[in-house]
Design a protein around this ligand. Sequence first.
Ligand SMILES: Nc1ncnc2c1ncn2[C@@H]1O[C@H](COP(=O)(O)OP(=O)(O)OP(=O)(O)O)[C@@H](O)[C@H]1O
Ligand SMILES: [Mg+2]
Length: 301
Amino acid sequence: MKLMEVSSLTKSFGKHVAVNNLSFSIEEGHCVALLGPNGAGKTTTLEMLASLQKPTNGSVSFLGVEKGDYRESIGYLPQQPVFFPWMNAMEYLVFMGELSGLSKAKASMRADELLELLGIADARKRKIGGYSGGMKQRLGIAQALIHEPKLLMLDEPVSALDPVGRREMLELMKMLKETTTILFSTHILHDAEEVCDDVIMIHKGELAITGSLSELRRRHQEDVIIISADGNLDEWVRSIENWNVVSKVIANNDTIKIYVKNAEVARNQLLVEIAERQLPISRFTVGQTSLEDLFMKVVGK
Ligand SMILES: Nc1ncnc2c1ncn2[C@@H]1O[C@H](COP(=O)(O)OP(=O)(O)OP(=O)(O)O)[C@@H](O)[C@H]1O
Ligand SMILES: [Mg+2]
């Protein structure tokens, strides 16, 4: 079932069109990644969906109701959440719960549950001002979940965290997606690939690609052989460009990416050449293109 359907969503700031005619839908129970480089329009899109910005044009329907007030059914974690540093986590969550219309007792119960779920229960009585970035991010998610929303929207939940914090946040999202529909933005493709079911890729405010991750993989994934060398292989690289099995070669400093039509045939041919010519190879990897390659193709880099 469609939880949210977005049609022709557009936002202009004066002459600048930040989001242009964006249409997509979100299936209930799915985890959806909104992808795009810096300035693509991710935050503007999410803020419109969260009713924090008024669209210049277009509409959003929630559970089949167009132009309804669905704010109670969504939870939102902004890209740069602001907390009251003098409050402790428990006070903050109860306050946010009451703002969302919960009774004090219900808000306290939910706050307890969420602090436990998000792994910050031990710090429940500590002032938020002393929290680490990762702890604040968890508290931000707890705040977004306090009223048991149908849709959880997270704007760049992992980008600002260190590698450990990022790993923890990704594991947390994997757990949350079991029970809640999630729409999250990111420009880190690897993270998206790890947790999402569906992808909405935007570029310069416009929809570039959308679909399920598995379908995108099937449609766009290519075999690629990556070779690194300790010397200059420019001449050899030019010669392999003409092979039947090779569709494209991209050489970047000492790393050569060879997109091939048949990984096995290409691998055998390349290994024979490398041995015959005694090329100074330091790495030879056979793999498949990632979401990142597709993204780069879309943004034209
Ligand atoms: N209030 C505003 N006034 C004018 N221009 C704005 C405003 N908000 C956003 N923009 C512009 O709209 C475009 C999209 O911005 P947005 O913040 O939505 O991008 P983003 O994809 O979230 O980027 P990032 O990855 O850096 O967070 C940018 O060109 C930005 O400068
Ligand atoms: Mg943003």
